[in-house]
Write a protein that binds this ligand. Structure first.
Ligand code: SF4
Length: 367
């Protein structure tokens, strides 16, 4: 086992966090059957601390594993088809639009890519590919470096992240185009930049285009199959109960802190009032964090109009985009910024949990 702090974890290479080893699972096509979900719940309860996180790249993280438990958990997850038996293939970050249907372009392209993963070059750990070829793209706000999307012309297009436009890709040639652009990224020094959006080299002529993605319809907020998870977390026993519900055949993983049920309507959840709030796990579970984040985020949620991001440090793992109100942990206190990303220059520094609450309660009274 190779464990490194701060590394982008996989199932094969877990990360040491403040609450034990963290193991990441990226199921094929972002889908787990009800039986697989029950197995994940069992593994999390028996070998971890029972906490399961759904990440903003639609992966699952099992937390709090010990070294011996990790090995047993890994074997069980590989046997169940949830983790690739090849660690290199398993490390590839492929996100699939969770509303894919049998016979559609998203499923076709994702399936074709899955059998050619070995042809991808060695890419930075965070490099991701999004297959988002439905009638309108829904993964526009999710983190990815290469995107296959639906253009506003109706054609399928390939776009490098950070570039407004992309190129049309003929049907059946999408994976060839993905592989070629990934190889160009590595050959032109993109590995040093780490992400496509930070790679300043001009795209090759063949990959330069003006096609625009068809506007995203956004997260499936009103979808009756969507089961929201507070801060993306679900306990093992809740996951099991969800899959034991009558009619549930499978779950789709989304990057929007919600699971999508196949075969049933989602049960009611009390957490819809946290949809506008993002908060990472913070201290003590994350060694980089110096503050507890979620208690403050929960207390602040009803006091903040607009989006709220509480981050344990300036890395801002929970939200890559700006939020209306941002609190960033620093040396055990919070810095407050407005309309910003985590770590942005604050308007007020060094607030305690209580001072932040008092500030927003005061604003609410004054309004
Ligand atoms: S943003 Fe949160 S989860 Fe990410 S490194 Fe900082 S404290 Fe940890």
């Amino acid at each position: 086992m190779s464990v490194r702090r701060g590394w982008c974890p996989t199932a094969w290479r877990p990360m040491a966090a403040g609450d034990g080893l963290l193991l990441r699972v990226r199921p094929p096509l972002g889908r787990i059957t009800a039986d697989q979900a029950r197995l994940i719940a069992d593994v999390a309860a028996r070998h971890g601390n029972g906490a399961i996180d759904l990440t903003n790249r639609a992966a699952l993280q099992l937390r709090g594993l010990g070294e011996a438990g990790w090995r047993v958990a890994l074997d069980m997850l590989v046997d169940a088809g949830l983790v690739d038996a090849d660690p290199v293939r398993d490390a590839r970050s492929i996100m699939v639009a969770p509303d894919w249907r049998d016979g559609d372009d998203t499923l076709r392209i994702a399936t074709a890519l899955s059998v050619r993963l070995a042809e991808l070059p060695q890419l930075p750990a965070k490099f991701g590919i999004a297959i988002d070829a439905g009638p309108a793209c829904v993964l526009g706000d999710a983190s990815a470096d290469l995107r296959v999307e639906r253009a506003d012309t109706g054609a399928l297009m390939l776009r490098a992240d950070g570039r407004a436009g992309g190129i049309a890709v003929p049907t059946g040639e999408e994976v060839d185009a993905i592989l070629a652009l990934a190889k160009w990224f590595v050959a032109t020094g993109g590995t040093a930049a780490g992400r496509m959006a930070r790679h300043a080299a001009p795209l090759p002529v063949w990959a330069t285009g003006n096609l625009r993605p068809r506007r995203s319809e956004g997260p499936l907020a009103d979808d009756p199959r969507a089961y929201p998870l507070p801060f993306g977390r679900i306990a093992a026993d809740v996951l099991k109960a969800l899959t034991d519900q009558s009619g549930v055949t499978a779950l789709r993983l989304t990057p929007w802190r919600a699971l999508l049920l196949e075969g049933a309507t989602a049960p009611r959840s009390d957490w819809s009032d946290l949809r506008h709030v993002d908060a990472c796990i913070g201290a003590p579970a994350c060694p980089q964090g110096s503050v507890a984040t979620r208690p403050l985020a929960t207390a602040l949620a009803p006091l903040v109009i607009g989006t709220l991001h509480v981050s344990g440090c300036d890395k801002g793992c929970a939200r890559r985009n700006r939020a209306d109100v941002v609190l960033t942990g620093r040396e055990g206190r919070f810095d407050l910024a407005i309309d910003a990303r985590a770590g942005a220059p604050p308007i007020v520094r060094g607030l305690t949990h209580e001072q932040v609450l008092a500030h927003f309660k005061g604003l609410t009274r004054a309004a």
